[in-house]
Design a protein around this ligand. Sequence first.
Ligand code: 5GP
Length: 210
Amino acid sequence: MPPMSEGIMVILSSPSGAGKTTLVKLISERKGFVTSISHTTRTPRSNEVDGKDYYFVNKEKFEEMIKNNEFLEYAKVFNNFYGTTKSNIFDELSKGNNVIFDIDWQGTNQIISQKLKNKLLTFFILPPSREELFKRLSNRDMKDKLIAEERMKQFDRDVLHWKDYNYVIINNDLEVCYRQISEHIDCEFRNKKSDYEIDSIKKHIKKLTS
Ligand code: 5GP
């Protein structure tokens, strides 16, 4: 990857269960991106580590950080607060490091509207079908089917935000999906326009929401 004076920012968003977390990990490992670690008021899952997956804080601490203007963006998702702090991100970008974010559409819109000097590339990841999404959501440690159903309803609301993003990618096969994202990023590095088939994406979204 060619060295740049300032790093670029890449955002991956998706409705819950589309496989975005694994993609973020691959982009970080294979393309050398620094992963932005968010603060959240959510309770840690059994496999999560404080300072690696998230910085887990209570609501009082989060509110104090809002007051102190520490967040580049923050949002309430599924009744919990999530936010990206400015300090680390700006530090990494100014050192020329590229940063990858796993944040929702609310945070993405907040970052877009700030028109930062750094290049910004946004991806919205979609599942291959409703059936597959429901299967993925039901297979998590939240065994409760009611939660999966609740997240399906949330999916119907979240998917509408695909239009806010530069690229929509369907995660049918992890490696294929990774390659597509990687190619778009490489084009951005080379200031080249990348190929993108919007009509098939529109058809897929219609199928997912009908
Ligand atoms: P989870 O609780 O499953 O880890 O994440 C729930 C949702 O919150 C995901 O859609 C994730 O992208 C989003 N999220 C995680 N961190 C942040 C953040 O710092 N800001 C915003 N706006 N959303 C976040």
